[in-house]
Design a protein around this ligand. Sequence first.
Ligand code: NA7
Length: 551
Amino acid sequence: MVTETHQGGPDLDAIVIGAGFSGLGMLRRLRDEMGLSVRVFEKGDGVGGTWYWNRYPGARCDSESYLYCFSFSDELLQDWSWSGKYPEQPEILSYLEHVAERFDLERNIQFSTAVTAAHFDEAHGFWRVKTDRGDTVTCRYLISGIGCISTGNVPDIPGLDTFQGAWHHTGAWPHDGVAFEGKRVAVIGTGSSGVQAIPVIAQTAEHVTVYQRTAQFTIPARHGTVDRRLIEEEVKPNYASILEAARHSAGGVPAEFSARSAFDVSDEERHEIYERLWANGGHKFLFSAFGDITTDLDANATASDFIRDKIRETVDDPETARKLLPTDHPLASKRPLIDTDYFDTYNRDNVELITLKEDPIEAITETGVRTESGERDFDIIVFATGFDAMTGSFFKMDIRGRNGAALTDAWSAGPRTYLGVQSAGFPNFFMITGPGSPSVLSNMPVSIEQHIEWIGDLIETMCTQDRYVVEPSLVAQDDWVAHVNDVASQTLYMHGNSWYLGANIPGKPRVFMPYVGGVGVYREHCEGVAAADYPGFTFDDGAAITQTAAG
Ligand code: NA7
């Protein structure tokens, strides 16, 4: 299909921002399946997105490898073989590089180029996109594939600029690595990245001091090499049905979710179930035993207590174990973590734990970090302090919709979208896994592909039916935002100071950003909207735009 070129029309049919899973998949869909002219702008000098930037030691995905992939090509599914149960960063990056090469995607990607601004030109009905390389390009459709956790959060600690050693954020890790041998290292932050990096750094560093703000629940991953027999005999012959089950699941993995309550069984039986799941490892601990761990505080307490006992059992020094016990939030109200040897690492002689609630950081000095209790010297500081999630990367660009209205203003009290795909007042601007969609609460490739397909179908409908501009109505958007909040309020997610709520960024509005209703439920809702010819969206046939452009 080739789009009509309106007089005064844009340079390109579509611009996609970002060349991670989202951007690569969207480019392929628009270019190869629909014949549209597309350019991808990517800040990095290669593909990969999250997996291009997050090269810290131990970086690995929490989804099992055979589920962390594109599904659009059966040949690709059959040909690719992962080596680990959970895919490690270098291998995911290789996978995405392979996809880019195999489908000849790089010819439409402009690397080392960040989009700085995108303004909707109402007279012409297209977007004018500017980059830090001086490009100004116009397009009919603007699609964000910028990822949900891509703008690093380096805390504003006084004195960082005076530090004479090296410092790195996990999300912008040097490409040639960091040598920790013989070095005194501070790690600030104990989320997914810190919990993955600390055990690996401790193996080579002379000494590691961990600065922990919130003690975390984390479950052993039981990572290992991939089970080849399982993959070759059970997964690959059945890939289509496995991935279809993932698409209709709660979290984008075909896991069995238990319907029973933690109180349907005796204390002994519950303990045995937790022991078995702990031994097997992974997120199944949270979902496959009991259905109410994530919804009922008393049920949650049974699992939280079990993990606290495991921490006490694992960590030799009782004072360190005490500091590691999460006591201020229910299990899974913050991003659930899985780890390899995290708590065991605190039994090493070269690892020390500082809890910031008892001993806050006062300043970073020329030689190290000063807390209330005193100063420690370091050669390297690692910031595993997370991201300005879900909205931060949008706000780094000057995005303006109708009447020159800025997205930063439209979202000043928290992000507002319809279906997490579009925001009212920003016509023909689409977000892959935007706020208000399951996104970070799911196995990302499944959610990304669903948006690629859904946005692709909508654009295809517009191209074939002479609909020039689409945007959601305010009413539909308000109803969706209310629904997203309503569903979240029925869960324990509101009980933790998580980045899902923006709680990690000082001054950020406290709004639950992802949609917690489940990947399958969400997909069915989106499919219903498409089948009913997109209620909640308004279309413009572009007649007025063409006249204006011609005039
Ligand atoms: P996270 O999950 O946001 O973790 C960041 C960690 O850094 C967490 O322990 C924070 O404590 C801590 N933090 C944040 N700001 C500060 C300051 N100012 N001082 C001290 N400690 C701080 O980011 P990750 O990179 O680990 O993981 C991001 C996602 O990547 C992850 O969830 C997966 O989806 C993949 P807090 O808990 O906020 O008190």
